[in-house]
Design a binder for this molecule. Structure first.
Ligand code: GAP
Length: 512
């Protein structure tokens, strides 16, 4: 199966098993808006819990917040979003489709990179053990030609991005013969800037102005509540404020499922510190956040840092954690050193003093800030795509299994009476009564046991517990492990402890 086919299979599986549905599907859906179904909401809540507890419970100096989606319109002037939260867009006159000009160029660069990688893979196969990658790259004419092309386009692209030169974006697209994937033509419009914020009306904002925005990031809610939290919580620098909530962006999207949505959820933490210490904290949070990801056991090799070449106007350092999605390494989380840009601008525009009196230095100043920002939905996609496997079994059948890290799994245990008679369902109910206060469970008495196992594999249930005729006499059940498919007999009295060992979030948090 190609990566594209795997991605399609994941999208179809998500719908079939109640993880993700296209929003308003009975009206043919709404582009880039998705609903989470009965399984999806459980997985999503578990991801949020893992983040929230890692942030707030494991760090004495980080507290939570739940601020509103609607904020005073001046917030978005101070943050720079009204003036500069734009994407460079280009339309194809034949297909009438709209694209992000920067994405078209990045995709083109990715394709050149793929060609280089393929040549290197061929070389490795040809030369075997004696293969020297650096020497091969420095001498192979095909690699050199493609690398020079990549460097030239990349340099032009970075320069255009830094100068915000929209004409040059178009020149690159034309010079590289980048065509619209639908019409196959180069009949492009000029590149224009397009603000990503959604707006609506509110009757009284106190400004004689009724335009109000749906927040494009949760971070600003934290900045405008900084003073309240610092004072009421008697917080001393350095300290952080964490928040999970919805954000909205009018994205131009092309078949990216929940990777890029118009309504999505963010988990953001703003860490306030003394000016001059921000680089130390930036490094600290880079390491901490990578550890949080790797701790899930989805393979260290599937993550990499990607430092920003062009820093946003408010940042003095920025990096992304990239994850190996089925469509390649892409941004999963951002870590930004935002200086005093946000608090400083809110201080200026609101006229309210936003300062911290530092008892150690005797000075007052606007704190600096390091931000960690991750999309819940992107994290969901990372977990789902990494977990999805189609396995050939010894008996020739195929099973689809989601090997979701057990503490994040939507259902932890399935309770399955072997037959729906002979007192087995009643005995199974006793098992349910034993475990229901601790674990999310499903009771399933329909179809053959094999079919029931397949259903649980498909939603990623770590344990299936089968109640058979012997159970009535010996009070033991058969426990099947999702990943190994091994089965063991376990006394009902020990069941809770056995399941807990594997699925309790505590075990994940302990390893952080
Ligand atoms: N406060 C900083 C901020 O919002 P960002 O890089 O624009 O930074 C942070 O977004 C994270 O939010 C991204 O790394 C990604 O995980 C998620 N995200 C951003 N836009 C998204 C979208 N349209 N759909 C889903 N997730 C998105």
């Amino acid at each position: 199966m190609t990566q594209e086919e795997i991605f399609k299979a994941i999208v179809a599986h998500s719908k079939e098993y109640g993880f993700i549905f296209p929003s308003s599907e009975i009206y043919d859906g709404l582009a880039a808006v998705y609903d989470y179904g009965q399984m999806g909401v459980e997985l999503k809540n578990n991801i949020k819990r893992y983040w929230w507890e890692a942030m707030t419970r494991l760090n004495e100096n980080i507290v939570g917040l739940d601020s509103c989606i609607f904020m005073h319109p001046k917030v978005w002037v101070a943050s720079g979003h009204v003036a500069a939260f734009n994407d460079p867009l280009i339309d194809n006159k034949d297909s009438k489709k709209r694209y992000r000009a920067d994405n078209l160029i990045e995709d083109y660069l990715d394709k050149i990179q793929e060609k280089i990688d393929k040549e290197v893979a061929k070389g490795r196969k040809r030369f075997g053990e004696s293969f020297d990658e650096a020497q091969f790259k420095a001498t192979n004419p095909n690699v050199l030609r493609e690398q020079n092309k990549w460097n030239e386009i990349h340099n032009r692209y970075v320069a255009a991005e830094q100068a915000n030169d929209l004409k040059e974006y178009r020149n690159i697209i034309m010079d590289c013969d980048i065509v619209d994937p639908i019409s196959g033509t180069k009949n492009w419009t000029d590149v224009r800037q397009f603000n990503l914020m959604f707006s609506t009306q509110m009757s009284n904002t106190g400004e004689g102005e009724d335009k109000i925005y749906l927040r494009p990031e949760t971070a600003q809610g934290i900045f405008v509540e900084y003073l309240n939290v610092q004072k009421t919580g008697r917080m001393k620098l350095p300290f952080g404020i964490a928040q999970i909530g919805k954000a909205f962006r009018n994205e131009v999207v092309a078949r990216q499922f929940i990777f890029r949505m118009r309504e999505f959820e963010q988990m953001e933490m703003e860490f306030f510190c003394r000016p001059g210490t921000e680089m130390e904290w930036f490094k600290y949070w880079k390491e901490k956040r990578l550890k949080w990801h790797v701790n899930l056991g989805m393979g260290e090799e599937n993550y990499k840092f990607h430092d920003h070449e062009k820093l946003a106007h408010y940042a003095n350092a920025a990096t992304d954690i990239y994850f190996n999605f089925p469509f390649g390494f892409k941004e999963l989380e951002g870590i930004h050193s935002r200086t005093d840009y946000d608090l400083g601008n809110h201080q200026k525009l609101s006229g309210k003093k936003i300062q911290y009196f530092d008892p150690e230095t005797g000075e007052s100043y606007v704190p600096y800030c390091v931000e960690t920002s991750i999309g819940v939905d992107r994290m969901f996609l990372a977990v789902l795509s990494h977990s999805y496997h189609e396995e050939k079994l010894e008996n020739g059948e195929t099973r689809v299994v989601l090997s979701i890290p057990a503490p994040l799994a939507p259902v932890k245990v399935a309770v399955l009476p072997l037959l729906n008679k002979d007192g087995l369902p009643e005995k199974a109910q006793e098992v349910v009564d034993e475990i229901k206060y601790d674990f999310n469970y499903q009771f399933d008495a329909k179809d053959s046991i094999g079919k029931r196992y397949r259903r649980q594999d498909a939603i990623g249930t770590p344990f299936c517990v089968t109640i058979d005729h012997d159970t009535l006499n010996d009070n033991q059940v058969t426990v099947r492990d999702r990943d190994t498919m091994e089965q063991v007999r376990v006394p009902i009295a020990e069941l809770r402890e056995m399941i807990d060992k594997k699925v309790n979030m505590r075990n994940l948090l302990r390893k952080l």
